[in-house]
Design a protein. Structure first.
Length: 119
Protein backbone atom coordinates (compact mmCIF):
# COMPACT_ATOMS: atom_id res chain seq x y z
CA UNK A 1 0.00 0.00 0.00
CA UNK A 2 1.43 3.33 -1.03
CA UNK A 3 0.57 5.73 1.80
CA UNK A 4 2.24 8.67 0.08
CA UNK A 5 -0.10 8.33 -2.87
CA UNK A 6 -3.19 8.10 -0.64
CA UNK A 7 -2.07 11.16 1.30
CA UNK A 8 -1.42 13.11 -1.89
CA UNK A 9 -4.84 12.21 -3.29
CA UNK A 10 -6.54 13.27 -0.05
CA UNK A 11 -4.84 16.67 -0.15
CA UNK A 12 -5.59 17.09 -3.86
CA UNK A 13 -9.28 16.35 -3.17
CA UNK A 14 -9.37 19.16 -0.62
CA UNK A 15 -8.26 21.71 -3.21
CA UNK A 16 -10.11 20.43 -6.25
CA UNK A 17 -13.35 22.09 -7.33
CA UNK A 18 -16.38 20.27 -6.15
CA UNK A 19 -19.34 19.87 -8.42
CA UNK A 20 -22.71 20.25 -6.80
CA UNK A 21 -23.81 16.67 -6.38
CA UNK A 22 -27.29 15.51 -5.59
CA UNK A 23 -26.20 14.20 -2.19
CA UNK A 24 -24.91 17.64 -1.22
CA UNK A 25 -28.17 19.18 -2.38
CA UNK A 26 -30.11 16.61 -0.35
CA UNK A 27 -28.09 17.44 2.77
CA UNK A 28 -28.71 21.15 2.24
CA UNK A 29 -32.45 20.58 1.88
CA UNK A 30 -32.46 18.48 5.04
CA UNK A 31 -30.63 21.20 6.97
CA UNK A 32 -32.94 23.87 5.56
CA UNK A 33 -35.96 21.86 6.69
CA UNK A 34 -34.67 21.42 10.25
CA UNK A 35 -33.04 24.81 10.87
CA UNK A 36 -36.11 26.94 11.75
CA UNK A 37 -37.34 24.47 14.38
CA UNK A 38 -33.88 24.08 15.92
CA UNK A 39 -33.28 27.80 15.97
CA UNK A 40 -36.62 28.45 17.64
CA UNK A 41 -36.04 25.70 20.23
CA UNK A 42 -32.61 27.04 21.19
CA UNK A 43 -33.69 30.67 21.45
CA UNK A 44 -37.01 30.01 23.19
CA UNK A 45 -35.42 27.49 25.58
CA UNK A 46 -32.65 29.91 26.49
CA UNK A 47 -35.08 32.76 27.15
CA UNK A 48 -37.32 30.54 29.27
CA UNK A 49 -34.36 29.23 31.26
CA UNK A 50 -33.21 32.76 31.94
CA UNK A 51 -36.73 33.69 33.05
CA UNK A 52 -36.87 30.73 35.43
CA UNK A 53 -33.46 31.60 36.86
CA UNK A 54 -34.41 35.24 37.28
CA UNK A 55 -37.56 34.16 39.08
CA UNK A 56 -35.57 31.95 41.45
CA UNK A 57 -33.15 34.78 42.15
CA UNK A 58 -36.02 37.13 42.92
CA UNK A 59 -37.63 34.61 45.27
CA UNK A 60 -34.38 34.01 47.16
CA UNK A 61 -33.62 37.72 47.40
CA UNK A 62 -30.39 37.55 45.41
CA UNK A 63 -31.60 40.30 43.10
CA UNK A 64 -34.19 42.93 43.83
CA UNK A 65 -34.81 43.03 47.50
CA UNK A 66 -36.47 41.17 50.27
CA UNK A 67 -40.20 41.47 50.52
CA UNK A 68 -43.49 40.05 49.41
CA UNK A 69 -43.55 42.03 46.17
CA UNK A 70 -40.26 40.63 44.91
CA UNK A 71 -41.18 37.13 46.05
CA UNK A 72 -44.50 37.28 44.19
CA UNK A 73 -42.79 38.70 41.11
CA UNK A 74 -40.19 35.94 41.33
CA UNK A 75 -42.80 33.21 41.60
CA UNK A 76 -44.71 34.54 38.58
CA UNK A 77 -41.52 34.97 36.53
CA UNK A 78 -40.25 31.53 37.49
CA UNK A 79 -43.54 29.82 36.67
CA UNK A 80 -43.64 31.52 33.26
CA UNK A 81 -40.08 30.30 32.61
CA UNK A 82 -40.81 26.72 33.71
CA UNK A 83 -44.02 26.55 31.67
CA UNK A 84 -42.12 27.86 28.66
CA UNK A 85 -39.46 25.20 29.10
CA UNK A 86 -42.19 22.58 29.37
CA UNK A 87 -43.87 23.53 26.11
CA UNK A 88 -40.62 24.09 24.19
CA UNK A 89 -40.28 20.49 22.97
CA UNK A 90 -43.90 20.09 21.78
CA UNK A 91 -43.60 23.39 19.90
CA UNK A 92 -40.29 22.22 18.41
CA UNK A 93 -41.87 18.97 17.20
CA UNK A 94 -44.81 20.81 15.62
CA UNK A 95 -42.52 23.29 13.84
CA UNK A 96 -40.26 20.47 12.65
CA UNK A 97 -43.21 18.50 11.31
CA UNK A 98 -44.54 21.52 9.40
CA UNK A 99 -41.13 22.28 7.97
CA UNK A 100 -40.57 18.66 6.96
CA UNK A 101 -43.96 18.61 5.27
CA UNK A 102 -42.99 21.74 3.35
CA UNK A 103 -39.77 20.19 1.97
CA UNK A 104 -40.91 16.55 1.81
CA UNK A 105 -41.70 16.55 -1.91
CA UNK A 106 -38.33 17.94 -2.94
CA UNK A 107 -36.40 15.70 -0.56
CA UNK A 108 -38.24 12.54 -1.63
CA UNK A 109 -37.83 13.40 -5.33
CA UNK A 110 -34.10 14.06 -4.92
CA UNK A 111 -33.57 10.95 -2.80
CA UNK A 112 -35.38 8.92 -5.46
CA UNK A 113 -33.04 10.31 -8.13
CA UNK A 114 -30.01 9.40 -6.04
CA UNK A 115 -31.17 5.85 -5.33
CA UNK A 116 -32.28 5.30 -8.89
CA UNK A 117 -36.01 5.35 -8.25
CA UNK A 118 -35.99 2.50 -5.75
CA UNK A 119 -38.45 2.75 -2.90
Amino acid sequence: MNTDRIYAEAIANEYSKKSASKVVALKKLDRRAKLPARLFAWIFGTVCTLLAGTGMCLVMGVIGGEGAVFMALGVVTGVIGFVGMGVNYPIYRRLLRRSKDKYAGDIIRLAGEITGGEE
